[in-house]
Ligand binder design. Sequence first.
Ligand SMILES: Cc1cc2nc3c(=O)[nH]c(=O)nc-3n(C[C@H](O)[C@H](O)[C@H](O)COP(=O)(O)OP(=O)(O)OC[C@H]3O[C@@H](n4cnc5c(N)ncnc54)[C@H](O)[C@@H]3O)c2cc1C
Ligand code: FES
Length: 248
Amino acid sequence: MKQALLFLKDKKTYFDYAILTFLTEENDFLKAKPGNFFMLQANTLLKKPISVMECNKKDKMLKFLVKKVGKGTEFLYNLKPGEIIDAVGPSGNTFPIDKNSEYILVGGGSGIPPLYFLSKQLNKEKFVVVYGGKSKKDIVPIFGKSSPTIITTESGDIGTKGTVIDGIKKAIEKKRFKNPVILSCGPEGMVKAIKKYFPQFKHYTSLEKYMACGFGVCLGCVVETVDGYKRVCVDGPVFDIEYLKDFL
Ligand SMILES: Cc1cc2nc3c(=O)[nH]c(=O)nc-3n(C[C@H](O)[C@H](O)[C@H](O)COP(=O)(O)OP(=O)(O)OC[C@H]3O[C@@H](n4cnc5c(N)ncnc54)[C@H](O)[C@@H]3O)c2cc1C
Ligand code: FES
């Protein structure tokens, strides 16, 4: 984990979401893996945890997808190309991947970035993405046509009308997966519903717990596990759902 600067090269917005493409000279930043996050400078006392969406060593590029929900994320949303921010990372663990397994990557709203990053590293025959939101305003068009993706919206204005639960059922039918591993990131209610409807599948989730320090000292991000209390910022953010007391 390092502290260094990020130079905003490009920004694209989509309703409340912004895709921020930064350049960095810090080589350790470019070692980021899917699931890792950075604490990004905002106009708030504390930096904000944001997952890496893309990392390209050759171009010295790091990409993030930010949803404005409050003061800090609004600052990031409003950044202009040419501006520089301070960042700390990469932090946290990553998704456990086994080449022989099949995966359903389930992202809700601003939970999609780590799964997008991971999808770029998996064999297309071995995974499908289920991307859910309330309406098309939550579905940022980041996945190309060649990526196996099922979109669900509660409004039905884009993709299948319903929730990610409907999307997962469709994914299982379409891909004929028999024993997929679910990798999720999104609101707690969504993750709990996945666990309720698909308890038979192995499931790892990336928790978006509120964070203060981001490096293990404030204990502001603890979760209760079958193995005692753990800090999401250093022991996670990715956990086996069977390990988390809140989800049992
Ligand atoms: C490991 C990790 C990775 C994340 N990755 C991303 C990402 O890639 N893109 C992205 O847009 N966001 C991501 N988040 C969430 C993001 O960090 C928060 O939305 C952000 O900190 C909110 O700060 P704010 O100052 O804008 O809003 P605040 O003023 O702090 O909060 C605004 C509102 O959001 C609620 N809120 C804030 N944080 C959370 C939270 N973590 N969970 C539930 N409700 C919350 C508050 O209660 C309040 O109602 C991630 C969080 C974690 C822990
Ligand atoms: S955010 Fe401080 S210990 Fe995790």
